[in-house]
Design a protein around this ligand. Structure first.
Ligand SMILES: [Mg+2]
Length: 367
């Protein structure tokens, strides 16, 4: 049986700043979906990551299904009303268009979808990030699917030995999807050359080469500023990853997040800070909104999901959170100078642009 997983996430308002959604908002969204989504999906979950609410649906309607997307969009619009009624910060922030046009992609929310024929023991992980951008997935997914230093299955497990195909998007091209397909391991250096440019090139999907119809990964690739034409918040990406057997193991995919690598995002979307793995339903940190990632692993049968395993809720990750905290402080100590603050063309708030324009007039060429 073919099942589709649709993971759709948006920031529609948070309590006292960019922290987390209110209980009333979360409950309102849950109730809306339970009431309006009857018969549309097999199973679903609603949870939050920092100030973003995630909706995860399992269904039999395929990717980019109009009704599923509309349900998510309407749920977020309904939630926006609640957020506004409570005076929540950034109410409706990620809902960039007023009326639904058939696909929630390009309207603000982050979307990752994957359709597959369920394996006998189908293991899935969903990752949700807050205060960062889609390119934040580049390094961890490269390490998990292309680097035997991090992912021993590439050496040890026969179905993984042929490697994986990476679909990489050029997010600067706005008219259509500009995409390149590269194979690991042959094209490893080409893949790395693109993935290092995290603000432009992002992984869209990863596929098995042993079983070319089997998709391992789907990542949301939205860049909100391209939709709105101005800064409206960080993209806060999500990903769906299938694990085990013909794919890397759950612990290989989870393990790479121990790097706590530096990503663009953080407070005012304007800094390089480490990606901290946190527990499910964590608020954003008031230490400058350090970028965070949550991981939920589950099994699925006939579209029915088990309970989530909270991947970063065990003792090992306490140490990684300490490491990420230290990396955060060390970079933060550098204040406004690069690479602590992002380069000019990525500074998301207009103030610095206006300031530099004003200063330009005061420069004089002296001999
Ligand atoms: Mg957010």
């Amino acid at each position: 049986m073919k099942i589709t997983l649709s993971l759709i996430k948006a920031d529609i308002g948070a309590v006292g700043g960019h922290t987390k959604p209110s209980k009333k908002l979360l409950e309102g969204v849950k109730e809306f979906i339970a009431k309006k989504g009857k018969g549309l999906f097999v199973d679903h979950r609603v949870f939050f990551t920092g100030d973003d609410i995630s909706l995860l649906f399992s269904h039999k309607r395929g990717v980019e299904d109009k009704k599923i997307h509309k349900l998510a969009f309407e749920a977020f619009k309904h939630g926006t009303k609640i957020a506004k009624s409570q005076g929540l910060y950034g109410a409706g922030q990620d809902i960039l268009k007023d009326s639904f046009s058939g696909n929630v992609k390009g309207m603000g929310p982050a979307v990752a979808e994957i359709e597959f024929k369920e394996r006998e023991n189908e293991s899935v992980i969903v990752f949700t990030m807050d205060k960062t951008e889609p390119g934040a997935f580049n390094l961890p997914l490269y390490l998990a699917f292309a680097d035997p230093m991090y992912s021993p299955g590439l050496l040890l497990s026969p179905p993984l030995m042929k490697g994986f195909t990476f679909e990489i998007i050029d997010t600067e091209y706005l008219k259509a999807e500009k995409i390149v397909r590269l194979n690991a391991p042959e094209d490893l250096y080409d893949i790395a050359a693109l993935l290092r440019e995290t603000r432009r090139y992002v992984i869209k999907s990863i596929w098995s080469r042993e079983y070319p119809k089997e998709q391992a990964v789907a990542v949301s690739i939205t860049r909100l500023k391209h939709i709105a034409g101005r800064y409206v918040g960080k993209d806060d990406p999500v990903a769906i990853v299938r694990a085990q057997k013909i794919f890397p193991a759950t612990e290989e995919i989870g393990g790479v997040f121990r790097v706590a690598h530096y990503v663009g995002g953080d407070t005012r979307g304007s800094h390089n800070q480490p990606l901290m793995p946190v527990k499910l339903n964590s608020p954003a940190s008031v230490h400058y909104c350090i970028p965070i990632v949550q991981g939920a692993a589950f099994s699925i049968k006939n579209g029915v999901m088990t309970e989530f395993v909270d991947m970063f809720d065990e003792p090992f990750w306490e140490y990684i959170r300490e490491k990420a905290s230290l990396k955060s402080i060390l970079m933060r100590d550098q204040g406004f100078t690069e690479p602590s603050m992002l380069p000019y063309d990525e500074l998301e708030y207009g103030g610095i642009v206006e300031r530099l324009k004003r200063l330009e007039k005061r420069f004089k060429i002296e001999k």
